[in-house]
Design a protein around this ligand. Structure first.
Ligand code: BDR
Ligand code: CA
Length: 314
């Protein structure tokens, strides 16, 4: 039986790759996309989610529109210099034919978890606002979920949105702190591992040879994203963020993880920093916090090949 997943997403170039990777993986059954601000505003995230499902020939999968702003402050704005003004590498796709469902992202998550207790894994690959809102509206979702596997955070590595914080967490640190405080199993696939998953130019070139609509779309949207990485990191190609969470679901054996209680910095220069209590002595701020399964090591080359294999067979 494939694992049912809901991907909460801000598509986004790497979100697109992750969604397509999941759709091509028989171990996973994507039962819905919920959308969030981050790489783009939520309205555009919803349009992109619909567009991507149409490209993939899966317009039957529901899309639920999520929060437009973080829990306690306005959204700071998209990152066109990373993902393009359209969130899709500036290829400017036509409007989608379909529309989002009438339920909000948080309500959709609650309804699905209630109807399928123990069966659904939440896979947030954007800021955690929708997940925190769902927790607030219905705290029993912690009993109903299978687990939460998220892309975000930096336990031991530096940030990418600031020296301290990773982009998804920094976009709503209050929401992230609620998610790490809740009584459910959270796996954090953060920069500690994703910056070691390197898709080199030859990997990127290979996607152009697959000859299917999913890989063709990835090939079209990657150049803008790649330019950003090559201008800002000392490497050719890109690092693979959101698809790493999908790979964890398929093969957790690719990762090495440690279990630590987690807090999130919400103020000042440390805003958005995920702070694991790595020492033996637990300070009061971390007391009573559940242990988060934090990925700290990865077989990056195998992960890149796994994603390519799946897309090749699309
Ligand atoms: C995360 O931030 C977004 O830009 C990416 O889509 C990814 O989810 C990486 O920090
Ligand atoms: Ca994302």
């Amino acid at each position: 039986m494939p694992r049912k997943i809901i991907i909460d997403t801000d598509p986004g170039v790497d979100d697109t790759m992750a969604i397509f990777f999941a759709l091509c993986s028989p171990e996973l059954e994507l039962i819905g996309l919920t959308t969030i601000f981050g790489n783009v505003p939520t309205e555009l995230a919803t349009k992109n989610a619909l567009r991507l499902l149409e490209i993939a020939g899966r317009p039957d999968i529901p899309v639920a529109h999520g929060a437009d702003d973080p829990l306690t402050r306005p959204f700071e704005g998209p990152v066109p210099f990373v993902h393009g003004a359209d969130g899709q590498g500036e290829i400017f796709l036509p409007d989608p034919a379909g529309a989002a469902i009438d339920l909000s992202a948080a309500h959709f998550i609650i309804e699905q978890l209630r109807a399928n207790p123990g069966k659904i894994t939440l896979v947030p690959v954007g800021p955690l606002t929708n997940i925190a809102l769902a927790l607030r509206l219905e705290p029993r979702i912690t009993d109903w979920v299978d687990e939460v596997v998220l892309m975000g955070g930096n336990a031991l590595a530096p940030g990418n949105a600031s020296p301290a914080g990773e982009a998804n967490i920094r976009n709503d640190p209050e929401a992230a702190d609620l998610v790490f405080a809740a009584d459910w199993q959270v796996t954090m696939v953060g920069l500690d591992v994703t910056l070691r998953v390197h898709m080199r130019p030859e990997h990127i070139a290979d996607y152009a040879t697959h000859g299917n609509p999913l890989s063709d779309h990835i090939t079209r949207i990657l150049p803008h994203y790649r330019n950003y990485f090559e201008a800002n990191y000392d490497a050719e190609g890109i690092f693979v963020h959101d698809s790493s969470a999908i790979a964890y679901l398929i093969d957790p054996g690719l990762f090495k993880a440690r279990r630590w209680p987690m807090r999130v910095g919400t103020q000042g220069l440390g805003r958005g920093k995920t702070w694991p209590a790595t020492g033996g002595h637990i300070l009061p701020a971390w007391e009573g916090r559940p242990l988060v399964n934090v990925c700290v090591g990865v077989e990056g080359e195998r992960l890149v090949e796994l994603a390519a294999e799946r897309l090749r067979g699309a």
